[in-house]
Design a protein around this ligand. Sequence first.
Ligand code: G3I
Length: 343
Amino acid sequence: MKKILLLLLPLVALHVSAQGLKDVFKKDFLVGVSLNPRNVRNANEKDLVRKEFNSVTCENAMKPGELHPSPNEWKWEEADRIANFCRENGIKMRGHCLVWHNQFAEWMYYDDKGGFVDKETFYARLKDHIQTVMNRYKDITYCWDVVNEAMSDSGENPYRESKLYQLCGDEFIAKAFQFAREADPKAILFYNDYNETNPRKSKNIYEMVLRMRSEGVPIDGIGMQGHYNIYGPDAKELEDALTLYAPLVEHIHITELDVRINKEMGGQLKFSKEGASVNDTIQALHAQQYERLFKSFRKFHDKIDCVTFWNLHDGCSWLGEKNYPLLFDAALQPKPAYYRLIK
Ligand code: G3I
């Protein structure tokens, strides 16, 4: 008997090492990653994606400002490159994103004199954009971040006072979801935001989604971006937010997970690239936070059906390598946090 076990051991080890994150969590949720066009030009990085992940999001390539920089100009090349990689490898995609105040197709706001167009003209332009993009990728995308980051981080107004809001009030949210539903009735449609575990913002997101859904707006899910750090959120803060959202929507996605080693968090574009020096204590806190997060995700696996890492490795993280945010370092080597999750 012992001899048989000894013979089997290498096979078991081989099987375990051949397993990736997507295999370990396959009973819980999809495990995804955001990609840039360079990732899908690099053989080693493509191998890593194939081994570890079963969902892909374009980090930037499918954003309105990248795809549709002027009224009659479409730039499909980079998004097509990533979508074709997914088609060739049978990996489903999260579409990101259709409406966001950042990297938006800014020309949609203005008339030829530089003033705001009327809302109906804006909606006609937005509808054309949303439906053109969704139709092009409906074979490979199973869900979309329809509206990203419409809620504010502070102040009296629960809504971010972006140009979108100045022109339309909150109506652009309802319109965007309506246009998306018309374009692809099968797609799961998400509202996506960051600092989603902050109690004030969680409440504002909850109340907006509750009201919109009560008015018939087809918001199927809430995307929690998950730009966290090694100090927070703690399990209670995360699970309080999940407990609030879970009864409200059919789907929750963790859409942009990374865990930086300084005390900042969120999706804001202003952040320090400074990080901290990575010593054993920092390594341990990093692994501990990822383990803690995934324990909470698993508790809510009946509602969380995808957890996506934002960027493939530290070398291409939007936060910069010094923030040490992901499971793989710039040389694609797994960190202690990776082994903590795989175990
Ligand atoms: O495409 C231009 C290029 O032509 C130019 O040469 C280069 C240098 O200026 O800039 C390039 O644009 C950059 C773009 O990424 C594409 O690489 C922008 O400067 C840069 O600001 C932009 O950063 C992206 C950021 O969104 C802002 O839009 C990050 O890569 C991306 O990871 C980040 O992702 C967002 C999510 O979409 C939404 N949630 C928050 C998250 C982090 O901000």
